[in-house]
Ligand binder design. Sequence first.
Ligand code: DX5
Length: 227
Amino acid sequence: MARPVMIAPSVLPADFSKLGEEVAALEAAGVDLIQWDVMDGQFVPNLTFGPDVIRSARQHCSVPFEAHLMVHTPDVMAENYVDAGCSRLIVHAEACTHLHRTCGNINELGASAAVALNPATPVSAVEHVLDLIDLVLVMTVNPGFGGQAYISTMEPKIAEVRTMLEAAGRADDVHIEVDGGIGPTTIAGAAAAGANVLIAGSALYRDPEGLEHAVSDLRARAEAARS
Ligand code: DX5
């Protein structure tokens, strides 16, 4: 059975001076989960949320949190982000010397493990950890900043992940997520290619009709593209 469409915000464009209110507003707008773009200033040239920031926001809403760990040392940080309230940790294949062990350790912590692939990283990087993860993130921008242009040449790569999951018998267990440049004019291509978890930051916050409209519009566009 196809995995359901899930619309998830990146918190990057939110007002950092009131993150508790911001995550409550995102929940009220109907998001399925919230993604925290964790950046260490080393893996990507930007610095964002420590675990204590996420912990403080956790009490203000009830939707699941996932941490997108754009960091050089995910093994060192994993437990802190699980303790802060993240139920999924997304590590970058490019940052993991021992990806199989990293994913297994995340599962041991009681969280779901997931792997992100930068645009140049081949799908084969996750071929041998499909039994340890519940999500593959195909980056549709080069990580580090919000507001970048969608890289449409990633759509065949999304389809390749879907084919790999089907061949491995994991299509019903593993989500395909995309992140970067997702908005009203790009979401259909990503969804049609096979993505079911769609991360949007700028597109949610720049919708003149507000967050709730943005979430429902993106959801409708993604579902229409899959039917
Ligand atoms: C890149 C970030 C962004 C963010 C979404 O490292 O991960 O992709 O989540 O940004 P928008 O939706 O503004 O492209």
